[in-house]
Ligand binder design. Structure first.
Ligand code: ME8
Length: 504
């Protein structure tokens, strides 16, 4: 049997403006999962990219006086470059303007039509051009406004091809019944299911009014409705991401598709229905996270109150940003973020709790044992906290509990700090009769630090690489994340420290 595979995706971001912290958030979360599954030795594929078609991009281009293609070319690069700056290890970056993507979209959607799920009809209803969303009655705010963008909805009347979404009512209900973890967390599963239960209406498959998109092969005056084109990226990318190799059979269906709650309907309802219509398997899990809030409002390009992730990374490094976002905002929920809260966590947790623990541990081993870690077994007193931690972290990440998993590891960072205070190695060092005890304490600190650092690697990859190197034990596989699983022999000092003090 081959290695287990793991395919994780982020939404593809609209190129109508520059990336902001909200986009960084999803990409970081996906990267944590990708890195964790690589630590398990799995064959991982991690996809992100840009959504370049449709009204959101076309309207933004008009406002800026450029063509949609020019706007896309300018902005896609900023999303592409953001990923590595976040420390994200995506295996491919898809653009929906890629010729291979467009051809594959045409192929799949033609199949949907051949399978009898498309028909011609007239759409009449409310539409949000920013969401590119045909709103149902229950998704409309007072005065016919968009609940996400707070702008007036447009009354659309157009003759299109339709996708027979309503005929997937029963198959979707069955999917949800058979796979209670198809959508995570549970509250989002319930939200999606109640949307289905309220009765599904057919949706436009194509748009006649728009020319910025993938041409409909059987009706070349039209383009496909941008959401179908966009959703299919998760599938099309596999066919051309690797030159000369089609990865579809290896990685489809996706294991985890991460999305923000704003696009729940598309990913938990439209997307599985489309795949069924095309005769393709549906993803294993759609994981829906909440919004990062600033001053209580959703941060978004159209609201204009964005916080620049590039700036945060410049000052504090990407690990600090990754840590802060996943620690401070309980994954799945909405949560406020602020520069003040960021700086506080940086100081108290990263610099003092973890950074100092690392510096002290290495400094004491250097001072008291010339940098050689005593070859003795770790202190049993740590076992209750460390035993099974690797398994708990893996289980929590399997359940998309990214914050809880991090919290669990952090409890052990704090445990080691208490251990230092309790054992007071600087006192033991004064008494030659306590040399054996000091050996145990130093070996336990080095080993504990190594284990938590391996476990923290998905959140703090650059830090983990540095610290594991300083500990002389670079192996960051998950199976190394147990006390005694690897030997730390000699250590080196860390200069500069892991999380240096910054000016406020
Ligand atoms: O919706 N908090 O693109 P988009 C947390 N192109 N996450 C946020 C966020 C916030 N304040 N703001 C944005 C689109 N996000 C479509 C998707 S997929 C086939 C097509 C993240 O540029 C979150 O993941 O508006 C959200 O779902 C996504 O960015 C929306 O990005």
């Amino acid at each position: 049997m081959g290695r287990a595979t793991f395919y994780v995706t982020t939404p593809i971001y609209y190129v109508n403006a520059a990336p902001h912290l909200g986009h960084a958030y999803t990409t970081i979360a996906a990267d944590v999962l990708a890195r964790h599954h690589r630590q398990r030795g799995e064959d991982v594929f991690f996809l992100t990219g840009t959504d370049e078609h449709g009204e959101p991009v076309k309207l933004a281009a008009e406002r800026e006086g450029v063509t949609p293609a020019e706007l896309a070319d300018r902005n896609f690069a900023r999303f592409r470059d953001l990923a590595p700056q976040l420390g994200a290890t995506n295996d491919f970056f898809i653009r929906t303007s890629d010729a291979e993507h467009k051809a594959k979209v045409q192929e799949v959607l033609t199949k949907v039509k051949e399978n009898g799920h498309a028909y011609e009809g007239t759409y009449e209803g409310w539409y949000c051009p920013r969401c590119a969303d045909f709103k149902t009655e229950r998704e409309i705010d007072e005065g016919n406004t968009c609940p996400i963008h707070h702008i007036d909805l447009v009354r659309e009347h157009e003759h299109n091809w339709f996708f027979a979404l309503s005929s997937f009512q029963e198959p979707l209900e069955r999917l949800f019944a058979d796979h209670p973890d198809f959508v995570r967390p549970r509250s989002r599963y319930n939200e999606a299911l109640s949307f289905i239960k309220a009765g599904l209406q057919d949706v436009s498959l194509t748009r006649r009014k728009l020319d910025w998109g993938v041409t409909v092969p059987w009706d070349p005056d039209q383009v496909f409705y941008v959401w179908w084109d966009a959703l299919l990226n998760y599938y099309t990318a596999l066919s051309y991401a690797e030159p000369g190799e089609d990865l579809t059979a290896r990685f489809w269906p996706a294991n985890v598709q991460l999305v923000g709650k704003d696009i729940l309907k598309f990913h938990t309802i439209y997307w599985p229905a489309l795949l069924m219509a095309a005769g393709l398997p549906v993803p294993e899990h759609v994981v829906v996270h909440g919004f990062l809030l600033m001053d209580g409002e959703k941060m978004s390009k159209s609201l204009g109150n964005t916080l620049d992730p590039f700036e945060v990374i410049d000052r504090f490094g990407s690990d600090a940003l990754r840590y802060y976002l996943l620690r401070d905002v309980s994954f799945g929920q909405d949560g406020s973020v602020s520069p003040g809260a960021f700086e506080e966590r940086y100081e108290r947790e990263l610099a003092n709790e973890y950074g100092n623990l690392a510096s002290r541990t290495l400094a004491m081993i250097l001072r008291y044992r010339d940098g050689v870690v005593p070859a003795v077994r770790h202190d049993d007193i740590l076992d209750p906290d460390f035993d099974g931690l690797d398994v708990r972290v893996a289980e929590l990440l399997d359940a998309a509990e990214l914050t809880q998993a991090l919290d669990g590891i952090w409890a052990c960072v704090r445990r080691l700090n208490r251990y230092v205070e309790e054992q007071a190695p600087w006192q033991l060092a004064k008494d030659p009769a306590q040399a054996g005890r000091l050996d145990t304490v130093l070996a336990s600190l080095a080993e504990g630090l190594r284990v938590i650092t391996v476990l923290l690697q998905p959140w703090l990859p650059a830090t983990a690489e540095r610290l594991l190197a300083a500990l002389g034990s670079p192996d960051d596989a998950l199976e190394a994340a147990r006390l005694g699983a690897r030997r730390v022999s000699t250590v080196q000092a860390l200069d500069p420290p892991l999380f240096p003090k910054r000016e406020a």
